[in-house]
Design a protein around this ligand. Structure first.
Ligand code: HEC
Length: 183
């Protein structure tokens, strides 16, 4: 009888764990779809501005004027329990400053060198982190300051006097897009 009880309890527990796993899987999947959609809504603007001016100088004007608003607008399309934002360890706009949890997740990503999305449980829900890898096109505005166009560097200094988002190399973790989900 006791054995039966233990076995059925184990079954129940096993079931719960599975349900939780399933839950986390679908939350992560849904958040990543939104994150990708968000990134895909911004990237064409960046590519178009670089095509027009490959130095990135006019792109800095465009980003500084619209990045925050584009993020706000995107969030308006999401359900009220989800919010998307961008952050980085070396950030450009102080409004994108990471909190302690962000820093821990990004430090782990840097340490393990795995650029795969992660989901974590927080006190009031979940966070899904999608790493953004530094590509060739990012270097015009986030690369080696000595190799960047002086006009671009000057614009960055003008809009972001405390910029910490230069000096990245191809393949580096540039930052993350975070989806916060309240549950
Ligand atoms: C034309 C210049 C330009 C290019 C090219 C560019 N960025 Fe940025 N990036 C900016 C500016 C300006 C900001 C600050 C925007 C703001 O005010 O929120 C920024 C901010 C960010 C942020 C938010 C965190 C922070 O530092 O404030 C991330 C993440 C980011 N960029 C990733 C990338 C990645 C990845 C690429 C390449 C795919 C890229 N950027 C290409 C200009 C650029």
């Amino acid at each position: 009888m006791n054995k039966l009880l233990i076995i059925s309890t184990l079954f129940l527990l096993g079931g719960c764990v599975n349900i939780n796993k399933e839950d986390t899987y679908s939350i992560k999947k849904e958040a990543l779809l939104e994150i990708d959609d968000f990134v895909n809504s911004i990237k064409p603007l960046l590519i178009a501005s670089l095509k027009q001016d490959h130095t990135g100088a006019s792109g800095i004007d465009m980003c500084s004027a619209s990045a925050q608003q584009l993020t706000k607008n995107y969030n308006k399309t999401l359900s009220s329990n989800m919010k998307i934002r961008r952050t980085a360890l070396g950030y450009r706009n102080p409004l994108n400053k990471p909190d302690d949890i962000d820093k821990e997740v990004m430090n782990k990503m840097m340490g393990s060198k795995t650029m795969t999305p992660v989901i974590i449980k927080t006190t009031d829900g979940y966070r899904v982190y999608k790493p953004l890898v530094t590509l060739q096109m990012c270097l015009a505005c986030h690369g080696d300051i000595n190799a960047m166009n002086p006009k671009t560097v000057a614009k960055i200094k003008k809009y972001y006097p405390n910029d910490k988002a230069v000096g990245f190399k191809l393949g580096d973790l540039r930052g993350v897009v975070v989806a916060e989900i309240k549950k």
